[in-house]
Write a new protein. Structure first.
Length: 42
């Protein structure tokens, strides 16, 4: 995970690590300014 965080900083990307429910709420709040990669486990 450290490598992912470093790469996000290098690219000046805001990395948000939250439970899926929170991620969906954030996406709905700013859909025009947001890109997402969601990892959902069973």
């Amino acid at each position: 995970m450290g490598e992912v965080k470093r790469e996000a900083r290098r690219r000046r990307v805001k990395l948000v690590i939250v439970p899926t429910v929170e991620a969906i709420a954030d996406l709905k709040e700013h859909p025009d300014r947001t890109n997402a990669v969601l990892h959902v486990t069973c």
